[in-house]
Design a protein around this ligand. Structure first.
Ligand code: ADP
Ligand code: ZN
Length: 440
């Protein structure tokens, strides 16, 4: 831990807040953010008016459930500045997310919003045991994407030495990890895997270097992937979650118990809903995460539907933090595809693949149509030492992986074992699914 000043001590103690006091504080903050959004965001006001609701109808936290949802399309439809709730002169930063389809979305921050973002990143990094004594290389993309700058300022607030590497130039990234004695990395899990491979190619064993931790997020990753990362680099991996619409990375992050991510619920109020009915589900049940920004004034989000599937873990964490946790985000509901009536998430395929010895997390999923039927092909790379000219041996591995996938997804897939290094490596968020179906 770095020098504890009265200020940062107070910030860190927020993770251990008395739950009854936290609920009171959340209600106060909720009431004022709802009023702020009502008075300044036309779209929100008109939806509230339609439901005959006024900000004063939020008397208890559970009244939140009466309020209308916001969705990604709201950001697209009001592009670029339609949801801003403060005069432009108060906005100190813009970020944008490309999204997967259509128009980009733009998000805005006041100076105070930026401070909240730095604070949550700081709390997360401190919770991972990092301090001013660390050298943190940030290899999330810098620029309009929230990953780079979000991680950067949080690490700086910690007092760590920050290496603003951004993504790309993978050879140099590895060189710097070694030459600078980097102790922690922040990037997407898929990019870190790429770095492990590159280190290997350069004859560098990351396990022998000072690097001891990695803070990975911005895309879904499985327990199997974590194992490969931790073993491959000899580090402790931390899951971090966030999204541009809410603030960027730092909405929730794992502590050293690695049993779900603590959500900074004094700033982001979580609900889990049934994605079909919109009904609020009790803690512990899996559904779609809905977030309300309690402290963000430039662009308040009230009941924002994230499309991310998880559950709230309200049992106390062994680390002593009282703020609740969310479980690993297994998938975005948008990532799900339906093949012959079966719902499949890419993460299921990843888990099934990595359950087999000798596989690697380098894979792609191709959806295609054959004779009018939807099919899945999975291309997977094996560890180079697993490749053999013995056709029978290779067929045995192929069958093993296929049946692992079949038993997890219930689907028989076409599995192709491809040569090492033939699947494109990602420098940011990995693209794994290629939908080539004629009718989607
Ligand atoms: P985009 O929507 O363009 O991808 P963002 O960078 O804001 O823009 O991405 C946020 C999304 O990334 C989240 O809604 C979630 O689906 C995914 N994500 C972020 N962190 C994680 C994580 N730790 N685990 C799983 N998914 C994550
Ligand atoms: Zn904990």
């Amino acid at each position: 831990m770095g020098r504890i000043t009265t200020d940062n001590c107070e910030l860190l103690s927020k993770d251990f807040i008395d739950p009854a006091y936290l609920r009171e504080m959340q209600l106060c903050k909720l009431q004022s953010i709802v009023r702020h959004a009502y008075e300044n965001v036309g779209l929100f006001r008109s939806r509230m008016d339609k439901l005959k609701l006024k900000p004063c109808d939020v008397r208890e936290l559970k009244d939140l459930a009466k309020l209308p949802f916001m969705k990604k399309t709201d950001l697209r439809d009001t592009y670029p500045f339609g949801l801003f709730a403060v005069p432009k002169s108060e906005i100190v930063r813009l970020h944008a997310s490309s999204g997967t389809t259509g128009k980009p979305i733009v998000v805005a921050y006041t100076k105070d919003d930026i401070n909240v973002w730095n604070e949550v990143m700081y709390r997360g990094l401190a919770g991972a045991g990092l301090s001013k004594n660390d050298i943190i290389q940030v290899s999330y993309g810098y620029g309009l994407f929230t990953g780079g700058l979000g991680a950067h300022y949080g690490a700086e607030m910690l007092g760590a030495t920050v290496v603003p590497a951004s993504g790309g130039n993978t050879r140099r990234q590895v060189m710097r990890i070694r030459d600078f004695g980097v102790t922690a990395m922040m990037c997407t899990p898929s990019y870190f895997l790429h770095l492990i491979e590159e280190a290997d190619r350069q004859g560098i064993d990351l396990r022998e270097l000072p690097i001891k931790a990695g803070v990975f997020g911005a895309e879904p990753w499985t327990a199997g992937m974590r194992e490969r990362i931790e073993q491959g680099a000899g580090i402790e991996a931390f899951d971090i979650y966030g999204l541009s619409e809410i603030i960027g990375p730092g909405v929730a992050m794992e502590c050293r118990k690695h049993n779900g991510m603590h959500i900074y619920e004094d700033h982001f109020y979580p609900e889990i809903i049934d994605p079909d009915t919109g009904e609020v589900l009790p803690d512990g049940e899996t559904g779609e995460l809905v977030l309300t920004t309690l402290s963000k004034y430039a662009m308040p989000m009230i009941r924002y539907r994230t499309r991310d599937l998880t559950r709230i873990i309200s049992e106390p964490c062994e680390c002593g933090r009282t703020i609740r946790r969310i479980d690993r985000i297994s998938s975005r509901s948008d990532d799900m595809f339906i093949i012959r009536g079966v719902n499949v998430f890419p993460s299921q395929i990843e888990s099934a693949l990595l359950a087999i010895e000798g596989t690697t997390p380098n894979y792609r999923i191709i959806l295609y149509t054959e004779n009018g039927m939807d099919n899945i092909q999975v291309d997977a790379e094996l560890r180079p030492d697993m490749i053999s000219s013995d056709a029978e041996k290779m067929e045995k591995i192929r069958k093993k992986i296929s049946s692992s996938i079949e038993s997890i997804t219930g689907l028989r897939v076409k599995l192709k074992l491809v040569d090492p290094n033939t699947i494109a490596r990602s420098e940011g968020k990995a693209k794994r699914v290629f939908d080539e179906r004629t009718a989607k």
